[in-house]
Design a protein. Structure first.
Length: 128
């Protein structure tokens, strides 16, 4: 039965990491048009607990790429040249990353459910 709990532990760590990634991606998408906003990224780290490998979300990092310079002399944040700093979020990239994270989450969820069903089937066999 330990193998089942190990598998559930690994898939649960994947679910938690992908949920964190989706949360950060949704923050990026929500702030696409926020002046001065820097894109956030979440690295994944491999962790071991009692000889079981899993994954966890690392610390959120800011993307240090240059912010977009937007020309709008009427904007309240515009400088003397009429420019202000936009965000460095690329909406297409964020949507693609969100789709990838969603699919990874779903795959982990299916694995979790399959492991649970196999465990249930084993328990039924042992009862006979």
């Amino acid at each position: 039965m330990s193998a089942f709990s190990d598998a559930l532990s690994v898939t649960a760590s994947g679910l938690k990491a992908q949920a964190t990634r989706l949360r950060v991606l949704s923050e990026n998408i929500a702030n696409t048009d926020t002046p001065g906003y820097r894109r956030k990224t979440v690295p994944f780290n491999t962790v071991e607990h009692a000889d079981i490998a899993g994954v966890e979300a690392g610390r959120v990092r800011l993307d240090r790429s240059e912010l977009e310079q937007i020309f709008d002399p009427a904007h309240p944040m515009a400088d003397a040249t009429g420019h202000y700093q936009g965000s460095n979020v690329e909406l297409i990239i964020e949507i693609a990353d969100a789709r990838e994270a969603q699919r990874s989450y779903e795959a982990n969820l299916k694995m979790f459910d399959q492991t649970r069903q196999m465990s249930k089937g084993l328990m039924e066999l042992l009862r006979r």
